[in-house]
Design a protein around this ligand. Structure first.
Ligand code: GLN
Ligand code: ZN
Length: 770
């Protein structure tokens, strides 16, 4: 039995790569400095895994931006528009690479970046390969070989990791019509074979091909591509040890396909899909090695050794220990680096800390499982098992986690709790009377610019350099100015601006019971961007009102309506590390009840419009379509629990960005928000079609301008978009608003854009009158 790892976090334990890349982009450090930092991180990672005792250590899991972009560069899938970069610059491969990732505005050139999208159901984003009809591939970058050689020089015979050819194609996008990306397999494969040849010449023994699509819904054509690709590889390299890695889901209907590929080893994710073990053990051919993904690469909980050992024993009994590998469930890219760095007991107390494991600790767990699975584990291993059992048992019964009152309240939820008192049609009339809004009412999504100044107040307050009352006074001034300015330009429904918030999930997590935060638990989101998700460890409840103070303050300044602003339960769940000792749906209902209480408190405080943001509801969709229905049922219901505690006259808004609604529109309608604001401007209102085709009954604010860019849109552009919207949605259902919150924008462009937006709404109104 051997241990291996699928990939290690590459940002460095103190986000060294983030800092170095950003300095390089800003021209503050040289290319050699950046490359030096990259080398340092890979060497640290390799040594750490070697010292821990991992048998097969991955290489090429490091990346300066994204591993899929690495592959596009490797196989020369470089869109033509980047040719100019190569010609005008000093021919530096990394500059070309960053141009593909981030766009290029230098030397009089303005080249757009490649598209970025979410990596399966994680919060990591990859750079989408672009494929063209006459797509050619040729070996362009030999990073994978160089990395292997470098590890070898350090005495580590690594296992290079490469995205498998079929998944690589499936991850890409056809940028013109008239071909199927899977047909490119024949052109692509020779480059893979060339790479494998070079790796083999340098002494590589094992290669890991990541093929996550083997665990997803795929069609016949993709299945054929798998058979073809691995038969070719095997034919050329009969002795190379080929490991195909699947993760994030179970093999399910692809089990026969996966186990019949001519490969040496197959990796399965037993965290996401423990129930697949029996089927895989029955189906796997005698000569194939099975890699058991036992340690959760996606979450931060300590492994339950007893449970993992029971899986291991079963597998040993069936396959024999020389036909087994032990590993994390997926790459540790999705875990924070090192729990040992969390030394602040005020942030993360010892009781919760003993339940956790970050990447470095997960590596130790993998090695420990191997020791414990041996026939004669040594005393230290036995002691570790006892320690692990104690921590697991403590977590099961801890008072910190379990709160009977909350459990009873969730149990007592009935269908009445997720239903408004009356149907939207009657609510609409009552709301119209009370709110008295014009046609095409204008509003924004919540946040206004979080300037460096606002952020510096929060930093000073956290460090204790200014007092609570000083901090509040500063925020009040900012809020008041924002309210005055919105009144001045004639926005119909105002917002307080969210200046008191660091992040839309963190702000609520910090005020709810059941959450903890880390100081250093960063995870790569894309490129140099990292996120630090909160950890939901226990039953969630709300000790006191969270937003009433600021909303009430803002409303006290004006006679115009101020909208209360909350983050919804599904989004809070989706953007946190979630407890694994109960179903996600249950945790979500606990959060929903906390938000419900907040909504009711806002109503009591006289707030007539309340927005519950759910930008993450779509990305929470399970990877397998068969699981969608169940997810949508509990997710939509959780939103409704949060939204339905109010009277008919209180208007509930929700907001979602980056959403394609076509396939889930009926569930969006089912959420029954009085108003939904969505992202629409980048698709030129195309997204609205789903709402129009469905005859979406409630009100909609299709974003009329893209807040992700500093560009100021003109009134005419927005009128045009609104005309498009008006063509498909009845006018008494339409709102006018930007795409998303404005916190990343500067005031100058925000002010200009919103003045134009109000003017656009006014023009639409006059048009209706004539
Ligand atoms: N209310 C939030 C804001 O305006 C919404 C952010 C989001 O949708 N991502 O910042
Ligand atoms: Zn948004």
């Amino acid at each position: 039995m051997q241990t291996h790892n699928l990939g290690y976090p590459r940002i460095g334990s103190n986000r060294a790569l983030k800092k170095a890349s950003e300095q390089y982009w800003a021209g503050k450090i040289s290319l050699a400095d950046l490359l030096g930092k990259g080398k340092e991180i890979t060497e640290q990672n390799w040594k750490l895994q070697q010292e821990a005792g991992i048998d097969l250590i991955p290489s090429n899991d490091f990346s300066y931006y994204d591993q899929i972009l690495d592959m596009s560069l490797t196989v020369g899938a470089i869109p033509k528009r980047y040719n100019q970069v190569v010609l005008t610059k000093t021919n530096n491969e990394l500059d070309l690479y960053f141009a593909m990732a981030r766009g290029y505005q230098k030397d009089g050139l303005d080249i757009t970046a490649m598209e970025m999208t979410k990596w399966f159901d994680t919060n990591y984003h990859y750079i989408v390969p672009e494929f063209y009809k006459n797509q050619a591939f040729s070996l362009f970058s030999s990073k994978i070989v160089t990395e292997f050689v470098r590890a070898k020089q350090l005495g580590i015979k690594s296992k290079p990791v490469i995205i498998g050819p079929v998944s690589y194609l499936l991850l890409g996008k056809e940028k013109e019509a008239g071909f199927d990306k899977l047909d490119l397999i024949k052109k692509l494969l020779p480059v893979y074979l060339q790479i494998l040849g070079e790796l083999k010449n340098h002494g590589a023994e094992w290669i890991q091909f990541d093929e996550p699509f083997l665990a997803l819904d795929i069609d016949e054509k993709a299945k054929e591509a798998f058979n073809f690709a691995y038969a070719e590889i095997r034919k050329q390299f009969p002795t190379l040890k080929i490991l195909v890695a699947t993760y994030f889901e179970g093999l399910k209907d692809n089990l026969t396909l996966a186990t019949s590929l001519p490969i040496t080893a197959l990796h399965i994710d037993l965290v996401r899909s423990p129930e697949q073990l029996d089927d895989v053990l029955n189906a796997i051919p005698k000569e194939m090695i099975l890699s058991l993904g036992l340690v959760d690469g996606r979450n931060i909980w300590k492994n339950d050794f007893e449970q993992s050992l029971s899986f291991l024993k079963k597998a040993v009994a069936k396959l024999g220990s020389d036909h087994l590998l032990i590993a994390p469930s997926c790459s540790l890219l999705h875990s924070p680096c090192d729990l040992d760095l969390e030394t602040d007991e005020k942030t993360l107390g010892p009781e919760v800390k003993q339940w956790l494991a970050f990447a470095k600790q997960k590596i130790d767990e993998v090695v420990m499982l191997k020791k414990l699975a041996s026939e004669t584990p040594d005393d230290t291993a036995i002691a570790k098992l006892a320690e692990n059992k104690k921590a697991i048992a403590n977590r099961k019964s801890s008072k910190l986690i379990h709160n009977e009152g909350i459990k009873q309240r969730v149990d007592a939820i009935t269908s009445k709790d997720s239903k408004r008192l009356n149907a939207f049609s009657s609510r609409k009339k009552i709301q119209q009377e009370i709110l008295n809004l014009p046609l095409f009412p204008t509003t924004t999504i919540g946040s206004f610019p979080q300037t460096a100044e606002v952020r510096s107040w929060r930093a000073q307050f956290k460090k204790g350099e200014i007092s609570q009352s000083q901090y509040d006074a500063l925020l009040k001034k900012e809020t008041e100015e924002t309210i005055r300015w919105q009144e001045e330009i004639g926005i119909d429904v105002l917002v307080h601006g969210e200046f008191e918030r660091n992040d839309m999930v963190e702000y609520f997590g910090e005020q709810l019971n059941g959450f903890v935060f880390t100081k250093n638990g960063w995870v790569q989101s894309y490129g140099s961007r990292c996120v630090k998700p909160p950890i939901i460890y226990g039953d969630v409840n709300r000790p006191k009102a969270m937003t009433v103070y600021w909303t009430e303050f803002a409303q006290s300044l004006t006679k115009t309506l101020v909208k209360g602003m909350l983050t919804g339960p599904v989004t809070i769940l989706q953007w946190s590390f979630v407890r694994n000792d109960q179903p996600r749906s249950l945790t979500c209902n606990q959060i929903a009840l906390a938000i419900r209480d907040e909504v009711i408190d806002l109503e009591k405080a006289g707030i007539k419009i309340i927005q519950i943001d759910e930008p993450a509801i779509r990305e929470g969709l399970p990877l397998r379509k068969a699981d969608w229905k169940n997810y949508l049922k509990w997710a939509v219901n959780a939103f409704k629990i949060a939204a339905s505690g109010v009277q008919d006259e209180t208007q509930i808004h929700t907001h979602m960005c980056y959403s394609e609604f076509n396939d889930i529109i009926e569930h969006i309608a089912d959420m029954d928000a009085d108003v939904i604001t969505i992202e629409c401007s980048r698709s030129q209102m195309e997204l609205l079609d789903a709402f129009a085709d469905f005859n979406y009954p409630n009100e909609i604010g299709p974003g009329v301008y893209d807040i992700h860019s500093p560009r100021v849109p003109s009134k005419e552009e927005m009128v045009q978009l609104l005309e498009k919207a008006k063509a498909v949605i009845p006018i008494d259902q339409l709102w006018v608003n930007p795409d998303c919150g404005l916190k990343t924008r500067h005031w100058a462009e925000t002010k200009q854009a919103l003045v134009e937006m109000v003017a656009a709404a006014q023009e639409m109104r006059t048009e209706v009158l004539v």
